[in-house]
Design a protein around this ligand. Structure first.
Ligand code: PMT
Length: 222
């Protein structure tokens, strides 16, 4: 590993799940612990970057020298990400954002009955797609959590969301994906880098991702 300096770089990172309420008691969410995004924030700050971390509901300590903004819903994450977005050099979306939310949020506890329950859900905004469409000079990196044909689906997201790179996560692989302290991913860039980053701690994977981004940016500066 080389140790790229990210001094003077502004980096915006999202981490963790979002939480979409049904009533004051219940909500929809997913298995993201925030570890991958927090590891990226910690390593980026260690390399000298000015880091803003938009975090969904997780129980992790804020890494040193990182500005953390806590959010709950996909809509709140969208608001904060788009506010910080314009003057960033690098943006990495490691969060697992809800794709759907209940159409109605009840303000009192829903009472149960004997029958089945159906809840009407509507799509949330695709934050990454919107950021991709608003892109000026930011180097924009998405994550893709996949279970099948991971390279095909991952590369489709790279194209469709106008990204510079995507980190493809086979969440069925041993030791990889949600809530583990290790991960194994494939980094694919628009310029054509395709690199497997084999099983390692999320901090090491984060260092490798940042190094690849740094190499791509250095290439652009030439
Ligand atoms: O948090 P950990 O427990 O450490 O787990 C890490 C992780 C598995 C969550 C992480 O490595 C990961 O893969 N994050 C992306 C999870 C995900 O939601 O993937 P996706 O394929 O559904 O979404 C693709 C991309 O679009 C992601 O960058 C996501 O942030 C973004 N997205 C998705 C939906 C939406 N409404 N808005 C978005 O911006």
């Amino acid at each position: 590993l080389i140790n790229p300096s990210l001094k003077d770089k502004k980096i915006l990172i999202s981490a963790g799940p979002t939480r979409e309420s049904i009533d004051p008691i219940r909500f929809f969410t997913n298995h993201s612990s925030g570890k991958m995004g927090f590891a990226l924030a910690e390593e980026a700050a260690r390399l000298g970057a000015e880091v803003t971390l938009i975090a969904g509901p997780v129980s992790l300590n804020t890494p040193r020298n990182v500005k953390r903004v806590d959010v709950t819903t996909a809509e709140e994450m969208f608001q904060q990400m788009s506010m910080y977005y314009p003057n960033q050099d690098i943006v990495i979306k490691a969060a697992a954002v809800a794709d759907y939310r209940p159409v109605v949020i009840h303000d009192r506890k829903m009472k149960k009955s004997d029958g089945n329950l159906s809840i009407d859900m509507e799509r949330t905004k695709d934050i990454l797609l919107t950021l991709g469409e608003m892109k000026t000079t930011q180097y924009l990196v998405g994550f893709a959590a996949e279970t099948d044909e991971i390279l095909t689906y991952g590369k489709q997201k790279l194209e469709k969301k106008h990204l510079d790179a995507i980190v493809i996560n086979d969440v069925k692989a041993e030791g990889a994906g949600f809530a583990t302290s290790t991960n194994a991913v494939t980094f694919v860039s628009k310029k054509g880098i395709e690199k497997d980053l084999p099983l390692a701690t999320k901090n090491v994977i984060a260092q490798e991702i940042l190094e690849l981004i740094h190499l791509e940016l250095k290439d652009e500066e030439k």
